[in-house]
Write a new protein. Structure first.
Ligand code: UT7
Length: 336
């Protein structure tokens, strides 16, 4: 079976699906040796504990709207659509340091959309998956025709290069997907939520107002209780993904590809094992080259597997985002 079996009742329904994906990686590749110049660590420890070998860091011109626009241009082209076709741009990010204009509006301007609604979505590493849920609702309700969902991050702006618990994990980049109308379900029901018991496990414990009031105060870098998040993710990711597959009416044996948020290879491998996914399933492990790109990691991984031919048109793809909050969302997608 290669389709979703979602109960629709007797009312005729409009469906949505991803029509095209694209991604953008900054030019500068940073290896573990370079990271270890500023922290007490070694490349072998980083590789063994996280699976990460390299990540990309953006330069000054590689802004969040600009990287998002480059990824979006590829997604629009893959979808056979144009900026003028977009009714809405949703940009998921946790690292945009400007409040106005919204990153989504700046991205829309760079793309040359014709009056598309544009807003930012703040759900950290679950942002893109939350964005797909929003896009699916907008298209299936008739509120929008084509929605661009972008994840774009400059984690290097909010991560302390001298903090050994976070410096090696995060990277920069962007990914995008065009969501449009479809004849059959292409985005399964989203299983999502927030486990607020872990509210402070990934946080900026200091605020920008503190910095305004005291110029000598520390920059409000991202802090993470890594082991706490790791333990939570090991249990939560497989559970939420299995629920998403069930909600879509898709047995796990019919999944062709697994594209979870790229935080740590050990978390991905544990989820594969717990769900008992077949060795024939294409599993995204782009965290090895990209690090953890937060809200951009799922579309970056989706595009990488699609471009490499490991995800083929019509494949059922199980995907999930998870991170600060602790928030999560998972859904089954029909590959474009
Ligand atoms: O994207 C949002 C979701 N985020 C995640 O899912 C991240 C989840 N967490 C993780 O991926 C892992 O917790 C890390 C990769 C961040 C860390 O791996 P870990 O196996 O959980 O390490 P740990 O924090 O439990 O530390 C183990 C040991 C400690 O030493 P002792 O107490 O055992 O002597 C740390 O001090 O490793 C030490 N350590 C380091 N050693 C070398 C911590 N950081 C480093 C380091 N280099 N950078």
């Amino acid at each position: 079976m290669t389709s979703m079996n979602i109960a629709t009742g007797s009312t005729p329904r409009r469906f949505s699906r991803i029509l095209g994906v694209g991604s953008y990686r900054p030019g500068r590749v940073v290896d573990n040796e370079e990271i270890c110049r500023l922290i007490d660590s070694d490349p072998e420890w980083i590789e063994a504990r996280s699976g990460i070998f390299t990540r990309h860091f953006a330069d000054a011109g590689e802004t969040i709207p600009a990287m998002g626009a480059r990824a979006a241009e590829k997604a629009l082209s893959a979808a056979g659509t144009h900026p003028a076709d977009l009714s809405c741009v949703v940009l998921a990010t946790m690292s945009y340091l400007h409040q106005a204009p919204p990153a989504a509006a700046a991205c829309a301007a760079e793309l040359g959309t014709h009056g598309a609604a544009a807003f930012d979505l703040g759900a950290a590493c679950a942002g893109f998956s939350h964005g797909l849920a929003v896009a699916n609702s907008l298209v299936t309700s008739g509120q929008a025709e084509h929605v661009l969902v972008v994840g774009s991050e400059r984690m290097s702006d909010i991560v302390d290069p001298r903090d050994r618990s976070t410096a090696f994990i995060f990277g920069d980049g962007a990914g995008a997907a065009v969501v449009g109308p479809a004849d059959e379900p292409g985005i399964g029901p989203t299983v999502w939520g927030t486990d607020t018991e872990g509210l402070h496990a990934i946080e900026q414990s200091r605020s920008f107002t503190e910095l305004r009031d005291d110029p000598l105060a520390r920059w409000p870098f991202l802090e993470m209780a890594g082991a706490t998040v790791f333990r939570w993710a090991i249990g939560a990711v497989a559970e939420v993904c299995a629920q998403a597959a069930e909600a879509a009416g898709v047995p796990l044996r019919d999944i062709a590809a697994f594209v979870p948020h790229q935080a740590n290879v050990r978390i991905i491998d544990a989820a594969v094992k717990t769900m008992g996914l077949s060795p024939s399933v294409a599993v995204a492990r782009t965290v090895r080259e990209d690090g953890n790109v937060s809200g951009a990691s799922v579309p970056l991984a989706l595009d990488t597997l699609t471009a490499g031919g490991r995800i083929r048109p019509g494949d059922l793809v199980l995907t999930a985002g998870f991170g600060s909050g602790l928030g999560y969302s998972a859904q089954v997608l029909l590959a474009p």
